[in-house]
Design a protein around this ligand. Structure first.
Ligand code: CU
Ligand code: ZN
Length: 189
């Protein structure tokens, strides 16, 4: 009797272990372990507010792919960039707290000081604009052909109120205006 109980216990453990191994091997996270999920939150004068979802960053033969799964955003196109610092906090400018200003400017390691196209010669952090549908959801992936995963450690992702014309004219930095949603890119890749 005791032996049979021991046998059943071992059998149950083997089943559990096999299930875990199978699930791990089959999960997409295991197949592409380099993927990085960035949690995105609304930003305001106090800091960060409610979460609106995440953006999955993955490598492709053509550059980095940013796949949003966001909700509750204003419909339309939104300027989308890698900003230089790993902070989404508000910061004071001209005596006023500015949402997510602590994220710094567009990531620009070559100091081009030019806002441009994702495949251009300006800021390396310039990404294609994000599309938000009429229901406020963003699910359409965008490609950044010049970026590598190693560029992203210690930086942040930013979504702006307005769109992006990928130029500094007529308005600087693509004309996207205020920062509305931000996420610090996780380290460890
Ligand atoms: Cu930006
Ligand atoms: Zn830029």
């Amino acid at each position: 009797m005791a032996n049979q109980r021991k046998f059943l216990l071992v059998k149950a453990m083997v089943t559990v272990i096999t299930t875990v191994i199978t699930a791990t091997a089959m999960s997409p996270a295991f197949a592409a372990s380099a993927d990085v999920a960035t949690q995105m939150a609304v930003v305001n004068e106090q800091g960060t507010g409610p979460m609106v979802g995440q953006i999955l960053i993955s490598e492709s033969p053509y550059g980095l792919v940013f796949t949003p799964s966001l909700k509750g955003l204003p419909p339309g196109l939104h300027g989308f960039h890698v900003h230089e610092n790993s902070s989404c906090e508000a910061k004071e400018k001209d005596g006023k707290k500015v949402p997510a200003l602590a994220a710094g400017g567009h990531y620009d390691p070559a100091a081009t000081k030019q806002h441009g196209l994702p495949w251009g010669n300006g800021h390396l952090g310039d990404l294609p604009a994000l599309f938000v549908d009429a229901e406020g959801n963003a699910t359409q992936p965008v490609l950044a052909p010049r970026l590598k995963m190693s560029d992203l450690a210690g930086r942040s992702l930013m979504i702006h109120a307005g769109a992006d014309n990928h130029a500094d004219h007529p308005a600087p930095l693509g004309g996207g205006g205020p920062r509305i949603v931000c996420g610090v890119i996780a380290r460890g890749h």
